[in-house]
Design a protein around this ligand. Structure first.
Ligand code: NDP
Length: 326
């Protein structure tokens, strides 16, 4: 009987997460069996592994909201054994056993072929965070981002923030990186940030409209920070709202919207349609310079994940954490 290693959240009451051997037949249904080479640790995985947020829909559950690996078996004509594949979203690690395991069985429609020019490790260096950052950039561009004004990235030292900073800077925008960790100034400048801003300057109560500064923004923090970003946007500018690491509640006024035509764009990487998904991955392979990607990532074995999970929720993890399997 074949078994493999996985991080399993066994139960929600009491909350138990442990690394153990799992039987092949325990895997959920799906046309494609993938040998996972890398997964990554995202904010949502922190919530899933610690139980700090109710993201897991059924127990037991293997967390890990993304994976990159090689097809072992396939009942789909789209994939054959040996194909390199990538998966983000679709409820992986929340409703369907995820990437923090040596094997995963998934629906073929959830996979995308590994984009040309990326290794499996680099694909997970990008992972859900980089994919989301690219979706945010694409959304801003579709609403008329131009280079005449600065672009703000909040939560800049985190996963989505680091990669959004690197992508935007590489595309030629003047990026202002907002962070709660000024100790990461050199890191953020190495990714291309032109200026690093202390997060509390944005989170302090703002007037309904401040002076127009930013021509676009990628916000990963939400809460008081997003409330402070909106009044500082230039006329007609857009904010791509990706996350809520700093809170889900948004207290603002209508003035940025009705007096400055500011657009608040919601970014959802989970249910992203296939065509857009493929385009975002192609752009990531082309437009995120490899040295910048390498600078954001740290690779750890599965055994280190349980200890890192609380740290990502406390905003202590820099850039991207790639998880190597086995
Ligand atoms: P990380 O933990 O890597 O980054 C989050 C960053 O936010 C931290 O590094 C920190 O940045 C800042 N931060 C953390 N805690 C707080 C706090 N209490 N108050 C203010 N700022 C804080 O997470 P990810 O980059 O993986 O994800 C960021 C957010 O985006 C999460 O909410 C996540 O759920 C969401 N997300 C959404 C997706 C979507 O499809 N919409 C996909 C992926 C992620 P710094 O120290 O620089 O201030």
């Amino acid at each position: 009987m074949q078994t493999f290693k996985a991080l399993v959240v066994e139960s929600g009451d009491p909350y138990v997460a442990q690394i153990r051997q799992v039987k092949l037949e325990e895997l959920p249904q799906g046309e494609v069996l993938v040998r996972v080479a890398y997964s990554s640790l995202n904010y949502k995985d922190g919530l899933a592994i610690t139980g700090a947020g109710k993201v897991i829909r059924s127990f037991p559950m293997v967390p890990g909201i993304d994976l990159a690996g090689t097809v072992v078996e396939s009942a789909s004509p789209e994939y054959k054994p040996g194909d390199a594949v990538v998966l983000t979203g679709w409820g992986l690690g929340e409703r369907h056993w995820g990437g923090l395991a040596e094997l995963a069985r998934v629906p073929a429609g959830w996979l995308v072929p590994l984009p040309e020019g990326l290794t499996l490790q680099q694909a997970m260096g990008i992972g859900t965070a980089g994919f989301t950052a690219m979706l945010a950039v694409m959304a801003l561009e579709a609403h008329g981002l131009d280079k005449s004004r600065e672009v703000l990235v909040t939560g800049a030292a985190g996963g989505v923030g680091s990669l959004a900073t690197a992508i935007l800077a590489h595309l030629g925008y003047r990026v202002v990186a907002a962070t709660g960790r000024l100790s990461e100034e050199d890191y953020l400048k190495s990714l291309g940030a032109a200026e690093v801003l202390e997060r509390s300057l944005l989170a302090a109560p703002a007037r309904p409209l401040e002076s127009e500064r930013f021509g676009g923004a990628v916000d990963t923090v939400g809460g008081a920070v997003l409330a402070g970003v909106l009044p500082r946007m230039a006329y007609g500018a857009s904010v791509a709202a990706c996350g809520n690491a700093g809170g889900a509640k948004l207290e603002t006024t209508v003035f940025p919207f009705i007096l400055r035509g500011v657009n608040l764009l919601g970014i959802d990487s989970v249910m992203c349609p296939r065509e857009k998904r493929l385009l975002a991955w192609q752009r990531l392979a082309r437009e995120l310079p490899k040295p910048l990607l390498e600078a954001t990532l740290k690779t750890v074995p599965l055994e280190e994940v349980p200890a890192l999970a609380p740290a990502i929720l406390q905003g202590q993890v820099r850039g991207r954490v790639v998880v190597r399997l086995p």
